[in-house]
Ligand binder design. Sequence first.
Ligand code: PSV
Ligand code: MN
Length: 394
Amino acid sequence: MTLAPETALAGLDDFTIEVPSWAYGNSGTRFTVFSTPGVPRTPFEKISDAAQVHAVTGLAPRVSLHIPWDKVDDFGALATHAKELGVRIGAINSNLFQDEDYKLGSLTNVDERIRAKAIAHHLDCIAIMRETGSRDLKIWLPDGTNYAGQDVLRGRQDRLADSLAQIYAALDDDQRLLLEYKFFEPYFYAMDIPDWGTSLLHCTALGERAQVVLDTGHHAPGTNIEFIVMQLQRVGRLGAFDFNSRYYADDDLVVGSADPFQLFRILNEIVETGGHTPSSAQNGWAINFMLDQCHNIEEKIPGQIRSVLNVEQALAKALLIDRDALAAAAQAGDVLGAHAVLMDAYDTDVRGVLADRREARGLPRDPIAAYAASGYPQRIAAERVGGTQASWSS
Ligand code: PSV
Ligand code: MN
């Protein structure tokens, strides 16, 4: 028993996904970075590739940038380039994990000079937001310690709170701060923002325009991620997702590839409170459904298309859930009946109705086949010779 797709899937109408610029560059394992013909050499070329994903899916109109990887002389020109290709700049990600100075911490460092440098980097990012029209400043804090006693944990939190307050104060009223957490890596004893609770405490102290980013690869195995989604939504602080898939750690694989059922359960919690529709946003801020993944051995643009379609598919299934039947079963204490209502939606094959929907909107029924037939992959492989291919560190 599910809802009728014709009406239920209208819930997809306003739904969008943001793709990461770094997905189009070369990436790899801890051992090497592999190269692929046609990989972009500049942020302009990354945006061109991202625009292909939107062109065939109609779902991915924004591209997140990572600074300094995506630094250009003229960000206005980059934003115009994006606009001409039918997309726009999304979140600006700061980078605190590739500078010698940050070995013992950035926003938490005991050295005031280094803290000031890390704060100044965010002021640069905010300036880029103004030039590109971006409204989201995304911070993932790589700071942490490797050994008990290495530093005073509480002191690090106090310095972090102070640094974040300075960054938050520099934002415009229509910009928000998105704060990501991760329980391990690059440090292994104690990360300074290891979990959603720590991120939420800092966000609450900062103000309404500070919200939590949930990266699906940043939890201990077995963590009930949809519970966290529900809890953050309850208090209006779920600002964004970094979607990816993992088997072991922060694997950054194609979204929904490792555990499509988990993706469905997450999106079920989103649909429960209307979080997929921008108009239902709490505090006027919609959840930004971003991808954060790197393609190591697979083709990059089709990999992103696949991820975007997997999210669409999981959301479509979540929209099919008969919530009245679910509530009635729960009310009646019908444990298996309630579970069956959920599983009916998950077990529905929505590929056909989604292809019909696409066709009705002038989009290809099969986006991956359409991209393969577009001539774009051959063109970039032939044209992009010389220069330095973008990779995870540049
Ligand atoms: C850290 O693992 C992270 O999830 C952050 O979002 C970074 O900015 C991103 O990965 C870089 O790929
Ligand atoms: Mn992330």
